[in-house]
Design a protein around this ligand. Structure first.
Ligand code: FAD
Length: 363
């Protein structure tokens, strides 16, 4: 490839400097070999999918970027489930569309999320009460250097809310992802209230998976959360994750602050064999309360469409969680706005918002 490839042309936020060495291997074996070569050297490297969850600095990226565009979807029957394996460069939403068209239930609530299959496990993508971890089976992975392909299962990946070991230090190439789906045209009970009401259904009801996909795509489009010609979609989606705080801390917030208690972890106490337990005893350890970052931002006085003076970065006019590029914004302008929001929310509520996208090339 030429040496004038720009990150701003390969990312949904449209910021980021020149890439000095850009590669886009055509096949799965080329991808693995390229990754092994590049990651055995001393130069910095970066794996790029759809560029929908990264903020890249304006200065040149002084290393190699490997863009992943390997395609292919295979399926295999496994008892009463269907195991579907997609190559890392497969666009995520095309996989969801394929699953719904093939009457395979499990991914429909994740319709419309931009990016590639290979990036989906990195932050355990999620929306509308579902997340990748719900259907994830395994992935094929190559560690940096000359390592072999290994299969990683959920226990190696520590999936959490917008989190996994892959985001938290386990570096390497995701070659393909396998998910386990149910052969069914009907959804599991709908968990998410907003989705249920968009479908005219009740929480806990099941509907056709094709209806879920349609409703999710409509809801997402109304918030600028699908990539299309809407100027509010020139973003990385949510810029901040919803903070998780202790029960005690959440009680100090105003009464109308949205709170989503995370399930308590239940650990059964071990009773030695042969000893009659007096009562069934559980330790319950609260995992905390998830707050709404959008609510915190709005209540800190920063509304939809907000921009700092002279900046081309702004909040989306539809959603306070998305920072958009209104045209010609620099990565520095995006970061300035993100910092401003973080400080205002911290000063107002004592809560530090964390960015959701990966930051690349900033000092
Ligand atoms: C409009 C919009 C809406 C969004 N909505 C949601 C949402 O509802 N829920 C949600 O969870 N996210 C959402 N996102 C964020 C984003 O779409 C997801 O995080 C997506 O999985 C990123 O995929 P990507 O291919 O674009 O990854 P990139 O942005 O290219 O990369 C993200 C990270 O993954 C790494 N990576 C990419 N591919 C591989 C690979 N094959 N192996 C190893 N590492 C890899 C990169 O190095 C980088 O660290 C949204 C983004 C946008 C722009």
């Amino acid at each position: 490839m030429t040496d004038t490839t720009e990150f701003r042309d390969l990312t949904t936020l449209k910021v980021g400097g020149t890439i000095l060495d850009f590669r886009e291997p055509a096949t799965r074996s080329d991808l693995i070999e390229t990754f092994r070569d590049v990651s055995s050297g001393r130069e910095p490297w970066f794996l790029l999918g759809g560029g929908s969850n990264i903020v890249v600095a304006d200065k040149p990226f002084d290393g190699t970027v490997i863009r992943i565009s390997t395609r292919g979807i295979d399926r295999e029957i496994d008892g009463d489930r269907v195991l579907v394996t997609a190559q890392a460069g497969e666009p995520w939403d095309e996989l969801v569309e394929w699953a719904v068209a093939n009457r395979l239930e499990g991914l429909e609530a994740l319709s419309g999320i931009p990016g590639t299959v290979g990036a989906a496990p990195i932050q355990n993508i999620g929306a509308y009460g579902a997340e990748l971890a719900d259907t994830f089976h395994s992935l094929q992975f190559v560690p940096p250097g000359r390592g072999d392909i290994v299969t990683l299962r959920p226990d190696a990946l520590n999936f959490g809310y917008r989190q996994s070991s892959l985001k938290d230090g386990l570096n390497g190439l995701v070659v393909s992802v396998t998910i386990a789906l149910n052969p069914s045209e009907t959804s599991a009970p709908i968990q998410f209230e907003q989705l249920a009401s968009a479908l005219g259904a009740k929480q806990g009801e099941s509907v056709a998976i094709s209806d879920i996909r349609r409703a999710v795509l409509e809801l997402r489009a109304s918030k600028g959360m699908v990539i299309n010609s809407d100027p509010d979609s020139v973003s990385v989606g949510s810029f901040f994750t919803n903070p998780v705080v202790t029960d005690q801390f959440s009680r100090q917030l105003p009464a109308d602050a949205p709170r989503f208690p995370l399930d308590a972890e239940r650990t059964q106490r071990v009773v030695p064999l042969g000893i009659e337990p007096e009562f069934v005893d559980y330790d319950t350890v609260s995992r905390g309360v998830k707050l709404s970052a959008a609510w915190l931002i709005e209540r800190a006085g920063i509304g939809k469409g907000f921009a700092l003076s002279g900046s081309n970065a702004a909040l989306s006019s539809k959603h306070t969680l998305a920072i958009i590029n209104r045209g010609g914004a620099t990565a520095n302008q995006v970061l300035e706005l993100a910092r401003f929001i973080t400080i205002r929310v911290h000063d107002t509520f004592g809560i530090m918002l964390e960015p959701e996208p990966t930051m690349i090339g900033f000092d």
